[in-house]
Design a protein around this ligand. Sequence first.
Ligand code: UDP
Ligand code: MN
Length: 327
Amino acid sequence: MSSSCSSDQAFVTLATNDNYAKGAMVLGKSLKNHKTSRKLVALVGPHVSDPSREVLRQIYDEVRLVDVLDSGDTAHLAMMKRPDLGVTFTKLHCWTLTHYSKCVFMDADTLVLSNIDELFDREELSAAPDPGWPDCFNSGVFVFRPSNETYGKLLQYCTEHGSFDGGDQGVLNGFFSNWSTADITKHLPFIYNMSSIAIYTYLPAFKQYGANAKVVHFLGQTKPWSYTYDPKERRVRGDTHEASSHPSFLLQWWALYSSSVVPMLQAAYGDQPFLSGCEEELSQIAHLAPPPMSSEERKQKWEQGQADYMGIDSFDNIQKKLDAFLK
Ligand code: UDP
Ligand code: MN
């Protein structure tokens, strides 16, 4: 069938910030290491830094800026009505890549373990079951056909019905609502989107089939980049009990990130501050001042309850501001 070569087919991912961009870099590297014959496309949000974009451009064939608020009218209007679905709208943008006939979307927190080009033999919308509710598909890996018509319908669906889980997975399952029953060829085997939740929910199956996994998905709160890594000992630090993944997959992610991605990031950042998450740098940078933060970034942090109580947001500084204001 068609798994030989097609330049009008692509793997697509999304990163709206520098952390998810790290995930996208590792994903792109893993696809290339397993010699995909397809194009690689990264959608990036406006908050991804220039050095991160530069590295993404070295790994991906196409790095496309998506900013819902600046793009077409339908998207803008839809966004105005449902500002809560910001990141979700951004993911739906993948349907606008109409210079490709067929694509496979992959979350930035996935890692490819072997060549998966055979996925392009599948049709829209093919995806693997969600481990939490197997009548829904998990939207971390799915096959789709870019189409402005479908994109418009998706946005319309999104504004009218919202998302039952607040994210893209709820919207997509609502829109492609007959996935679970209509066509078994659209059910991807779980090994194309294996979240190690399976380790905890069905250990014997994981022991039996886990070695066949082709894609690991680090879904859930704690992402690979949330940990620190000791490259010398080849160990991941932090509470790996809570890890959504088997320690060996986490190690594979870090091995690839620290060996292939960190050097590219270091080159791209040059003299600018950059934290790789590898352990030795933590002691080196401890004495350096933190990078200056814009007032907009600081406002966001405050609103997320992450005020810098020991530094710029300390009581002394706030009092000084108040004093100046009262004078
Ligand atoms: N994403 C992003 N920025 C965010 C959140 C999500 O770029 O702040 C993208 C990224 O590609 C990510 C995907 O949306 O992999 C889905 O989010 P996530 O993987 O965090 O959800 P989960 O798989 O844990 O449900
Ligand atoms: Mn994910």
